[in-house]
Design a protein around this ligand. Structure first.
Ligand code: HEC
Length: 157
């Protein structure tokens, strides 16, 4: 091989290696995009339970209590016993914060993709309906659940 073609060969090789390393650098992002909805659903429940990640905020809890009525959550859910829908007492010990947020703001997506939710649908023979709940409202509702949770644990001491 002539000197010139060697140089070109090495240049192409360097370029290929650069491209390859870029590709693997983006791997995390690309992987996220190629995750199936079911895989994304599983990832939602990965990590510490909500009770460990929520930082208590009394003002938000008050708002959450009102929202729990206003958004008709209380039509189906109670705290302390399972009615036509799962008992929400202790739910913060069962799930992660991000899973709960998704369940509250986008139950339709969970109904279709999340195996925990699908199991609950089978158990209760009912699907949670989508109510318009913003992320901030969902956080307030979780704070309300956290306060009730703390009160119960306090009283049973
Ligand atoms: C029409 C009745 C109904 C309404 C209204 C409703 N839910 Fe549900 N919810 C269900 C049912 C049934 C399930 C279990 C099956 C499913 O997820 O579809 C559920 C599941 C849940 C779960 C998961 C429970 C667990 O054990 O993991 C949470 C949290 C929840 N709902 C919170 C709420 C909140 C907050 C609201 C108000 C914004 C609300 N739900 C409104 C019926 C309802």
């Amino acid at each position: 091989m002539s000197m010139q073609s060697w140089t070109r060969f090495l240049a192409v090789l360097a370029l290929l290696m650069l491209l390859a390393s870029c590709g693997s650098g983006d791997g995390g992002e690309a992987e996220k995009k190629t995750q199936t909805p079911a895989e994304r659903a599983v990832a939602l429940d990965d990590g510490p339970r909500a009770v460990e990640t929520l930082k208590f905020d009394g003002t938000l809890a008050d708002q959450g209590e009102i929202l729990f009525e206003d958004k008709s959550c209380s039509d189906c859910h109670t705290l302390g016993e399972a009615d036509i829908a799962p008992d929400l007492a202790g739910v913060l010990d069962r799930r992660t914060q991000q899973w709960l947020k998704m369940q509250i703001t986008n139950p339709e997506w969970m109904n279709q993709n999340d195996t925990i939710t699908m199991g609950l649908i089978e158990e209760f023979d009912l699907e949670m309906v989508t109510v318009e709940v913003s992320d901030a409202e969902a956080e307030a509702i979780l704070q309300y659940l956290l306060r009730e949770d703390r009160d119960t644990k306090e009283n049973s001491k």
